[in-house]
Design a binder for this molecule. Structure first.
Ligand code: SF4
Ligand code: SF4
Length: 493
């Protein structure tokens, strides 16, 4: 977006937060209109901006659906929404949050490249894997929506059904590969039931090494999961058969897995840059060692990444030494541009001592929102920056914060991370430590928890680091010299 020709609409949300238009004006080019209730009494100002035709940035995300609806008659309208309320205005530090608001607006105005998608397709060919009647009951409930086969592993006494609406066979899955739309299974002890089974299912002669395929798997066997990071494998649903509620949820989810499903292509891979192997000598296995889903496999001199299986943690990209694997949501280049706009605008608007708080969209947004509504809000110098997964961050992102003039970095992770955060520690070592792992790395931060402000009490896993000295125009000599742990309240001082 051309900042100089854009129209920025900022709103005090019914005067619940101060608007420092001067600071925002110092940081952001273009025309600025102030309002106190832009979504209601002053909606005309938004409509007038639409008529004017310049790209519009609205500093409100809560009412974005309303503004989009109003803009429906202006198909050429370029709209950007940015939250400066929960992230800055609703804070004990709100009076000083003008430079932060300018920074957040500038960062939001940076164009992000479109996301490439992969499509998974399922016609509903399902395997229900279990031990007993629970699997058969689940199959009966799904039979009108899915094409079902029930595979019973080491079954006990199972009463035959009067009418065979779906096949029930015996077997134990030895190996499973694939994803929603294309699973392949190796099965041992495979046998068909005798049609004359009377009081209980009786199976014929069994054989090992059978193969089968299906498009989704509902695993009610109560055994070991078929996949690493099984809850991230598209098309694989698993529930403990003793937990009726979990079985209900899994059955409901399975019923919805028919159709086409798009997911982002999280990783861009440049095979020519991969240092996995040359002349039969293994050079690098970093991504192979860290990938939680098994999406990466060796492929001669390089590796191959299955985008259908990849769950988007970004660990591979964060540890890849050559850039062969890079994150796409957004691309490294786009994230750097956003980071640069954030920090340079903050300084231009008069801010100092910036701490960039990286967070994700679900947990991180919720935490920041809760802190603004029920707590003290974020400090004025803490600049939240949402990424897809905090595990996508690499050392280059941390270094960039300091290169662009930041004074510190904090990472807001989940108490129970969706993805292993080991990659975050590896890629940024020794600059990032976390208190979620059971390693010794947790101790320095955990021991300081009492001295941290509300946000850092609320978020059990926060990494905070800071350079010994910051020079906004050049990088300090080495990471180990420019970063060390500090309690967050000192970063915010
Ligand atoms: S982003 Fe995560 S899940 Fe995907 S290939 Fe890389 S390490 Fe594996
Ligand atoms: S981490 Fe990078 S260079 Fe190493 S094997 Fe994986 S893709 Fe190749």
């Amino acid at each position: 977006m051309s900042a100089a020709s854009s129209h920025l609409l900022i709103c005090s949300c019914e005067k619940t937060m101060p608007l420092d238009a001067q600071a925002i004006g110092r940081g952001c080019a273009g025309r600025i209109t102030q309002a106190n209730q832009l979504c209601g009494l002053e909606l005309e100002r938004f409509k007038q901006a639409l008529v004017d035709g310049a790209p519009i940035t609205v500093a409100c995300t809560q009412e974005a659906p309303l503004f989009r609806e109003v803009a429906e008659n202006f198909p050429q309208a370029q709209l950007t929404f940015v939250n400066i309320r929960e992230t800055g205005g609703w804070s004990n530090d709100a009076a000083a949050a003008g430079p932060k608001a300018a920074a957040l607006i500038a960062a939001a105005d940076e164009d992000m490249p479109p996301i490439s998608l992969v499509t998974l397709e399922s016609n509903g060919v399902a395997l229900i894997y279990g031990r007993d009647e629970i699997a058969i009951e689940a199959a009966q409930r799904l039979a009108d929506r899915l094409d079902i086969t029930v595979l019973l592993t080491r079954p006990g006494d199972v009463t035959p059904r009067r009418i065979n609406e779906f096949p029930v066979v015996k077997g134990t899955i030895r190996n499973a590969r694939g994803h929603l739309g294309r699973f392949e299974l190796d099965i041992d002890d495979y046998a068909l039931p005798l049609p004359s089974s009377r009081a209980k299912l009786v199976f014929g002669p069994a054989r090992d090494g059978a193969t089968s395929s299906c498009e989704l798997i509902l695993d009610l066997s109560g055994g070991v999961p078929m996949f690493p990071a099984h809850d991230l494998r598209p098309g694989y649903l698993r529930a403990d058969p003793r937990d009726r509620a979990a079985v209900e949820r899994a059955v409901a989810d399975a019923g919805g897995l028919v159709g086409t499903f798009d997911k982002p292509r999280y990783i861009h891979f440049e095979e020519s840059l991969c240092a996995h192997s040359r002349s039969g000598i293994t050079g690098c296995t970093r991504c192979l060692d860290l990938c939680p889903t098994g999406a990466i496999t060796p492929n001669g001199d390089s590796v191959v990444i299955d985008a259908n299986v990849c769950a988007g943690c970004g660990s591979c990209a964060s540890v890849c030494p050559t850039g062969a694997a890079s994150y796409s949501l957004p691309s490294a280049d786009a994230l750097m541009r956003r980071l640069r706009a954030l920090l340079q605008t903050y300084r231009k608007a008069g801010g100092s001592n910036a701490v960039v708080l990286f967070h994700d969209g679900e947990h991180g947004d919720d935490m920041i929102d809760a802190l603004a509504r029920f707590g003290a809000g974020l400090p004025a110098n803490v600049l939240p920056l949402r990424v897809n997964e905090v595990t996508q961050l690499g050392a280059e992102n941390i270094a960039a914060v300091f290169a662009y003039g930041g004074a510190g970095v904090a990472v807001l992770a989940r108490a129970r991370p969706r993805h292993d955060i080991l990659g975050l520690c590896v890629s940024s070592r020794p600059t990032i430590r976390t208190n979620s792992a059971s390693s010794s790395m947790q101790r320095p931060l955990a021991s300081r928890r009492k001295s941290r402000p509300a946000l850092f009490h609320a978020a059990r896993n926060v990494a905070c680091l800071r350079p010994h000295s910051v020079n906004s125009t050049s990088l300090p000599p080495s990471p180990s010299m420019w970063c060390r742990w500090l309690p967050a309240h000192r970063s915010a001082a």
